[in-house]
Design a protein around this ligand. Structure first.
Ligand code: F3S
Length: 282
């Protein structure tokens, strides 16, 4: 079986940086916590757990801590959480991806300057909640055409539109177009991360030419699900797996070419495992 592995499969720069920071902190011998799972991959989180790293799941749990180091993951957090960590005298290691940090700065500055913030993204996603938490006035989250059509800005307000870093580029443009047609005074900042765009474009190209496509990633990872959706449109035999155990590909005999890509939180080790398995067993 011939395999095409996407070059952009797996950890992006921001996730790699955050995971590396946690492993570095373990070396200090101090008690380490991450604010939320460091990445959307339960196997990595389990490995860190074995090394004594605990996950803080809520603000209330954070409030109970009296000592230790808190690592903020690549998604970032609302400003109030950074302030809370500092106020409690805990050590903070901020592993917010610099591309997400850039959005925080834009949102803070533009909202302070009087613009209403519109985030194109998935409401409830931790990155989006983090971004909302840097706006000095309430930020609106829009993820569908219907929401964009129905949106009415606060009276007299100018808008600043940013995007969740992992949002689909074409959908972002479609939604921005709806806002532009309404004739508001809008400042649009495309804050979609290139890593996501490159991964999506490469996945689409590979899926279009292979007989079967494997997408590896966590079931709670939104960027993995988006990759899966993109590949499904191009290739009927597309499957989404978390680990090698989920791989039950029933392939017709004629299948010669299999493509593999992986979400931003998928460790290299797992990608290699799947790749080797497919080469040998199909
Ligand atoms: Fe950062 Fe882009 Fe990854 S925003 S966390 S490098 S997907």
């Amino acid at each position: 079986m011939e395999v095409i592995l996407a070059e952009s499969a797996g950890f992006c720069f921001g996730v790699k940086r955050a995971v590396d920071k946690v492993y570095e902190q373990i070396e200090t011998g101090k008690k380490i916590y991450t604010y939320g799972p460091i990445i959307h991959n339960e196997f990595v989180v389990q490995d860190l757990g074995k090394k004594g790293v605990e996950v803080i799941e809520s603000e209330e749990a954070l409030e109970q801590l009296t000592e230790g180091t808190i690592v903020i993951r690549s998604h970032g957090v609302p400003k109030s959480i950074c302030e809370k960590i500092e106020k409690q005298g805990l050590e903070c290691v901020d592993a917010t991806c610099p591309f997400v940090k850039r959005i925080h700065k834009i949102v803070e500055k533009e909202s302070a300057a009087g613009r209403q913030i519109v985030i194109i993204g998935n409401a409830g996603h931790p990155e989006v909640e983090g971004i909302q938490g840097w706006s000095v006035t309430p930020a609106i989250v829009i993820e569908s055409e219907k929401e964009a059509q129905e949106f009415v800005p606060e009276a007299g307000k100018k808008l600043c539109i940013v995007s969740q870093t992992t949002f689909n580029y074409n959908k972002f443009q479609e939604l921005v177009e709806i806002f532009l047609k309404k004739g508001y005074d809008i400042s649009v900042v495309n804050t979609i991360c290139n890593a996501t765009e490159e991964r999506q474009t490469e996945a689409k190209d590979i899926a279009a030419k292979v007989d079967a496509m494997i997408v590896i990633g966590g079931k709670h990872s939104s960027n993995t699900r988006k990759l899966y959706e993109i590949c499904c449109k191009e290739c009927a035999h597309t499957c989404l797996i978390q680990t090698l155990d989920d791989l039950h590909l029933e392939l017709p005999k004629a299948v010669r070419l299999v493509g593999i890509t992986a979400g931003a939180s998928t460790p290299n080790k797992l990608i290699e495992e799947v790749q080797n398995y497919v080469r040998i067993n199909f």
